[in-house]
Design a protein around this ligand. Structure first.
Ligand code: ADP
Ligand code: MG
Length: 461
């Protein structure tokens, strides 16, 4: 028999053997390999000495019967040989498989440990640096947080992040925690809301026979760590005991060289309940402020939400949301979610009209006029506004004119014919200018910067 034929033959016999033998014998059958078939005698090789012996002793007759059934030869016999080199290669193969499985398990365990640590630290998985959009309003706070995350206790201690509600304080603070745990899993991180800290303290310091033990547990919980994240310190109570305890926690950690990060909706000196002693401690390190994001950062935030969730939004709809939710990122996200939920329920596309229908924002911002666009564009290019409307052909002038035309089409909702009247040009000229700038934005850095800055000047970005 040819090799291939022999193999096929053995596969058939094997199938028959497996079908007749009990399941506990299968593990000895599967590794058998065929080495020859001659005069009705099938020779099989195995790397398992025990397999050979068990099959020979307990299942020989059944195996030969199976062979007879397939070959039709009444004079069938089976010879099972144990082969040491075969055993070795089998062992190697098994080890390889085991090693791979072990690696996968280790990796899984590491990820599980990380997420356990993250949840034990009280962190929300969403609040990572990867999900934080950086803009002018938060770039200083962001880089301070990053510096602390990369080098805890080295640079800014404590780091005090302050700003109004919904501007990303909790997010940024927890991002430090996630980053540290991911890059240095040995460090112990603890996130706590000021309220929870206070409640924990009160319940442990209540008079009972276990008070001393409870308090030492409490102290260990909050000082036997490497990074503490204390959120919303403005909720600290003026009670003497709580304040003393907080100071104790702070001093213990600080003196051990541990990182402290605190957030607040205002500066330490503006928290009326705070003692002077704590106030001066909080002011020792670096204080960074979060302010409301500008419209283009708000746009980036909702755009990222859309991208991360695999949602296809009309750009104008995102811009509409970004424009109308100015002072609070939480509300901005809320508006975004509301539009998504409505679209899903009613099975509609995520368009500007839908956003308008759902959010019903007062569009207080006046429509932008072509004259305004011409004014801001001419200021940007440092030319006279009249030149834009003229037919002067100097390069700077015609560049400015083309950009003003492009923006008029993009921002005013007017048609080409109407715009042409404003610029005293043929409407084909207007169309040509529009297309030219539209293309240039992607290829010409100078043009794209000009468009962006003029838009900012017009407060649409
Ligand atoms: P705060 O603690 O200042 O009240 P949060 O950190 O809870 O605000 O932020 C409110 C919401 O806005 C959160 O869902 C947060 O993820 C989101 N958010 C705030 N700032 C940003 C940002 N720069 N990029 C992405 N999401 C942000
Ligand atoms: Mg918060």
């Amino acid at each position: 028999m040819e090799n291939i034929e022999l193999k096929r033959f053995w596969e058939q016999v094997k199938e028959e053997i497996v079908a007749t033998l009990p399941a506990n014998a299968h593990p000895w059958v599967y590794p058998l390999e065929v080495s020859g078939y001659d005069k009705g005698i099938l020779t099989l090789v195995t790397g398992q000495m025990m397999g050979r012996d068990l099959l020979r002793k307990n299942h020989y007759a059944e195996m030969v019967n199976a062979l007879k059934k397939i070959s039709g030869n009444e004079n069938s016999g089976i010879n099972i040989i144990y082969d040491e080199s075969f055993a070795k290669s089998l062992k190697k193969e098994n080890e390889k498989i085991k090693k791979k499985a072990n690696e996968a398990i280790l990796k899984e365990q590491a990820m599980e440990n990380l997420s356990n640590m993250q949840s034990a630290s009280n962190l929300n998985l969403k609040y990572k640096f990867e999900n934080f959009v950086v803009g002018n309003n938060n770039k200083f706070a962001h880089s301070a947080a990053m510096a602390v995350a990369k080098n805890p206790s080295v640079k800014y201690n404590p780091l005090f992040i302050y700003g109004a509600s919904g501007l990303g304080k909790t997010h940024l603070m927890q991002a430090i925690g996630h980053y540290t745990l991911f890059n240095n899993p040995k460090l112990k991180v603890k996130y706590t809301k000021t309220e929870d800290y206070i409640n924990d303290f009160i319940s442990n310091s209540r008079n009972s026979k276990d008070t001393i033990e409870n308090m030492s547990k409490f102290n260990r919980k909050y000082t036997n760590i490497d990074i503490i994240l204390i959120d919303d310190i403005q909720f600290i109570e003026s009670k003497n005991k709580t304040m003393t305890q907080m100071q104790h926690t702070f001093d213990t950690l600080y003196n051990k060289g541990k990182q402290i990060v605190i957030t607040s909706d205002r500066l330490p000196k503006d928290i009326p309940t705070l003692t002077a002693a704590l106030c001066s401690r909080f002011e020792m390190g670096l204080m960074v402020e979060l302010t409301p994001p500008e419209v283009h950062t708000r746009y980036d935030i909702v755009k990222k939400l859309a991208t991360d969730n695999g949602l296809v939004f009309e750009d104008k709809a995102l811009m509409y949301i970004a424009k109308n939710y100015k002072n609070n990122v939480r509300e901005l996200e809320g508006a975004f979610t509301k539009v998504c939920a409505y679209a899903e329920m009613t099975e509609q596309e995520l368009t500007l009209n839908l956003a308008k229908e759902v959010l019903k924002c007062d569009e207080t911002e006046a429509e932008i006029s072509v004259d305004e666009i011409i004014k801001v564009t001419s200021e940007y290019f440092k030319i006279d506004a009249k030149e834009i409307k003229s037919s002067a052909r100097a390069q700077k002038t015609s560049e400015a004119r083309q950009i003003a035309i492009y923006l008029s089409r993009e921002l005013t909702g007017k048609g080409f014919v109407n715009i042409a009247e404003f610029f005293n040009k043929k409407h084909t000229t207007i169309m040509y200018a529009y297309e030219k700038v539209k293309k240039a934005i992607n290829t010409d850095k100078k043009i794209s910067i000009a468009v962006r800055e003029i838009k900012q000047g017009l407060k649409v970005l």
